[in-house]
Design a protein around this ligand. Structure first.
Ligand SMILES: [Zn+2]
Length: 310
């Protein structure tokens, strides 16, 4: 008898400590349209201090459920996002759509899978490049009390062609870009009834993008696809601007980058000189300019150099 009381006391103490020790993301949903809320992350790289809260994650409320677009950087993040959304509607999350393979966008998946048996949709590259137990970027950078509980789980369905999803009176048009843009496989999601576009990292604003896995030509092609839908609101993968101007900064960045790197190639600038030759100073006040802009110029040079040779 005594032993079991001690055991129960220990379990209660354990859960209490667990709850108390978990990283507090302080997530507050922001309404962006009827039935749509997003959690907007900081314009920073993932650090111990922000615990990966530097990405956007959105909830769409249907008649009977929530659909989540990008589940965020950790199990704890997803748990806390749902705890906040549950105050708006006590609905289960039936579906999670992942926009691309970067792990700040989908490591919350196992929370939704374990809690609701949610169906996980996304590009095949997520499953091809990440396996259970991999120490991905978030596992390395996030504090222990934020990454705790996070597990890599497989997606249930790969989006390889234009797909529609009907859920509680809401139609989701899910489109893969079809060529390398921000990553080898990016998808975007459009809600025709609400004229809302979820662009993933094909669009960022207020900060410089990281094009390390991407393509300048592919990004510009993806932007054409995004503009072919009549959206009024666009949610970027990172950034706070969601109105008609949401894409402008990104489009301008990639078109100027392409133009200026092509000019450098025309003038026979060598790879080791290109980052000082190409000037992107219009963007120098954007977040992460120092960290990412030079690498983007060099990557653009290596990509466009090959295109020129063809
Ligand atoms: Zn990304």
């Amino acid at each position: 008898m005594k032993k079991s009381i001690i055991l129960i006391a220990l379990i209660l103490l354990g859960t209490h400590l667990y709850a108390e020790n978990a990283y507090d993301y302080k997530l507050k949903p922001k309404k962006v349209s009827d039935n749509i809320w997003c959690f907007f992350g900081a314009l920073e790289s993932p650090t111990k201090a922000n615990a990966g809260n530097m990405v956007n994650s959105c909830y769409i409320k249907t008649k009977k459920s929530f659909v989540v677009i990008d589940s965020g950087p950790s199990y704890q993040y997803a748990l806390q996002a749902y705890t906040a959304m549950r105050k708006i509607a006590k609905f289960p999350v039936t579906t999670v759509i992942v926009t691309h393979e970067h792990d700040d966008h989908w490591l919350g998946n196992n929370y939704y899978k374990e809690t609701f048996g949610a169906k996980l949709l996304g590009p095949a590259s997520v499953d091809e490049n990440y396996k259970e137990g991999d120490q991905t970027r978030m596992f390395q950078r996030l504090p222990k009390n934020a990454i705790k509980g996070t597990k890599i789980v497989k997606l249930d369905q790969h989006i390889t062609k234009e797909t529609t999803l009907q859920e509680g009176g809401e139609l989701f048009e899910i489109t893969p870009v079809g060529q390398t843009a921000h990553t080898t496989e990016d998808i975007f999601i459009y809600l025709p009834k609400r004229k809302v576009m979820f662009a993933g990292d094909l669009v960022m604003n207020g900060r410089i993008t990281s094009n390390r896995d991407g393509s300048v030509i592919g990004q510009l092609f993806a932007h054409k696809l995004l503009r072919s839908k009549p959206w009024d609101i666009l949610i970027p993968g990172h950034g706070f601007i969601t109105d008609k101007t949401a894409m402008d900064e990104s489009s301008q960045y990639f078109s100027l980058l392409k133009k200026r790197v092509l000019k450098a190639l025309d003038e026979d600038i060598e790879a080791d000189k290109v980052t000082t030759y190409v000037n992107m100073n219009e963007f120098q006040d954007k977040a992460l300019f120092k960290e990412l802009n030079g690498r983007n110029i060099l990557d653009a040079f290596l990509e466009l150099e090959l295109v020129e040779e063809e």
